[in-house]
Design a binder for this molecule. Sequence first.
Ligand SMILES: Nc1ncnc2c1ncn2[C@@H]1O[C@H](COP(=O)(O)OP(=O)(O)OP(=O)(O)O)[C@@H](O)[C@H]1O
Ligand SMILES: [Mg+2]
Length: 234
Amino acid sequence: MNREPLICLHNVAKRFDRGETVALEQINLRLHSERFYALCGPSGCGKSTLLHLIGLLEWPDEGEIFYEGRSYRTITEHARFRRESIGFVFQFHHLIPVWTLKENMVAAMLPECSGDNREHRALELLDRVGLAHRAKALARDISGGERQRGAIARALVNRPKLIIADEPTGNVDSVNAMRIMKLLQGYALEEKATLLIATHDEGIALSADVRIGMQDGRIESFKEMHDYCSSKDQ
Ligand SMILES: Nc1ncnc2c1ncn2[C@@H]1O[C@H](COP(=O)(O)OP(=O)(O)OP(=O)(O)O)[C@@H](O)[C@H]1O
Ligand SMILES: [Mg+2]
């Protein structure tokens, strides 16, 4: 098995309010390919901040982050790297409300994806999340659960190896929550992607390969939920 981690964080710290609010400190973490990590901990412990740093949406004050051994410091085209390598699902979907679902998908694609392929891929993804029939609907006109499924489709358009989701089921009913988790886990299995999901739902944490517990800006526990050797590695 390849033991080079997909993501590696080395002594990462992040502060806000000119240093007065310590959101993260001394974070050392290794995330491996094809695994599902649940990030848990009380409100304000630093989950979203950690996801934003790994998702290259914010920058650490200290320490270094690596993606397949490559330091984020050496990446010059951040937007392109994000599109290519990371699918990010926000807690509140972040779809453009006045665009159709299809337009939201197409806008997230890499520029080299040609016109016909864009259309095809957008519809394929929307079909996968059960929204093909809503492709022409404006994002503002669909339900909350549909928006979140649309946001998942958008995160997958460029076949990223890493999917980061920040409480993806936090604002939907239990039926949609189950559907969302099935979609994310199904994609990860098929595309050999890694899932990193922040959640307050212990049921989701139980279905993960690893439960990462956070407290006061630090990683407090790192618990294998299943027997790693007897499952994916053999
Ligand atoms: N942009 C910001 N400016 C100032 N403080 C911030 C900012 N973002 C986060 N913080 C603070 O950093 C700490 C960690 O916040 P974070 O959003 O990462 O927590 P969380 O674990 O995601 O919480 P929740 O479960 O409520 O989403 C909190 O004290 C928060 O108030
Ligand atoms: Mg959060």
